[in-house]
Design a protein around this ligand. Sequence first.
Ligand SMILES: Cc1cc2nc3c(=O)[nH]c(=O)nc-3n(C[C@H](O)[C@H](O)[C@H](O)COP(=O)(O)OP(=O)(O)OC[C@H]3O[C@@H](n4cnc5c(N)ncnc54)[C@H](O)[C@@H]3O)c2cc1C
Ligand code: FES
Length: 339
Amino acid sequence: MNSLKISEIKKETKDSCVLRFEIPQNLKSEFTYLPGQFLTLSFDIDGKKVNRCYSLSSSPYENVLEVGVKRVEGGLVSNYINDTLKVGDYVNVLKPAGDFCIQIEEKSNVNYYLFAAGSGITPMLSILKSILEKEKGNVYLLYGNSTHDSIMFFDEIEYYQNKFKERLHVVHTLSQESRDSFWSGRIEPKSIKNFLNEKELANSKFFICGPGKMIENTNKALLDLGVVNDSIFFESFGSTISSEKYLNLDKATVDFSIDGACDSVTLNSNQTLLRAIMDKGYNPKFSCEAGVCKVCICTLEEGEVEMLNNGCLSDEEVKARKILSCQSVAKTPILKVTF
Ligand SMILES: Cc1cc2nc3c(=O)[nH]c(=O)nc-3n(C[C@H](O)[C@H](O)[C@H](O)COP(=O)(O)OP(=O)(O)OC[C@H]3O[C@@H](n4cnc5c(N)ncnc54)[C@H](O)[C@@H]3O)c2cc1C
Ligand code: FES
């Protein structure tokens, strides 16, 4: 973990901001990244250590480290960042990570279809800029927002549209406002079908980013339209669904062993395993707290859990009863886990 100084903050929309970090010379190699990767920012808020992932909206070719953060209603960190941080502040940042990214191949003419909703534009912007600047294929962006004012990076996208008129095709779709030259509604099967150029599907890759439900629907729509599974990539930014939806229990008892110690804790309906064990005073390893890094992995010896997001465990690991403690809520009243 490194402490990086904020060199610039820009208000992007009413509900979002863009942060740029200064990268000291000695950390340059540590902070190289691939288009689509994210940073994990770590804060101490009201005595609680919290980590959150934010995708890099900059392209590695710009020599900049930039993230865009949109407020989530009631959200701890996104509001803290938008309300509190200022230029000159230092933030603890983990080096770039994540598999939702591309390797640039300068001779490639593969086309990219990008589907983004809300703040899901951040990794897409990095991918879009990198492909346009370094590869030869076309880029198609279908970007969904509620209103025109809530569109992040609108001007920057326009800049690239003007610069790469022949290769970048952007459609904005608005769910709560109608405007000339914008589509209406959310990203859904009908708009996806209208958006795709059937002649190009075989030579294309498809990237989806946004809330869980949007990803599920877009993925399904693409498969229904004949897109091959292996060419679809997605990243979930988290879910509005509260864990309570999965849990019919008020409480569960968890026996756990960690670093040679054995103990037990009561898990409330809105708590993840990781947070319950931390609240008991233990320090289980964790990083993203979003189901994408695997650092919080443990083995479920007894009982059943629901993982709110599993963006990194393989099928084999799930079969072997490995779970992500940061995403696990109880489905049975008794659980036993080993770290
Ligand atoms: C790999 C990755 C990359 C990400 N990149 C970005 C990015 O570039 N820009 C960005 O703004 N965010 C990004 N996020 C989301 C970000 O990490 C946080 O989850 C988000 O800022 C909310 O954190 P919070 O502390 O404000 O909310 P919390 O206090 O954690 O949550 C408050 C409530 O909001 C719900 N919630 C949590 N996350 C979301 C969400 N994303 N959308 C809707 N509801 C949510 C929770 O279920 C809870 O009910 C990314 C997430 C991941 C996993
Ligand atoms: S802390 Fe990253 S997956 Fe749990």
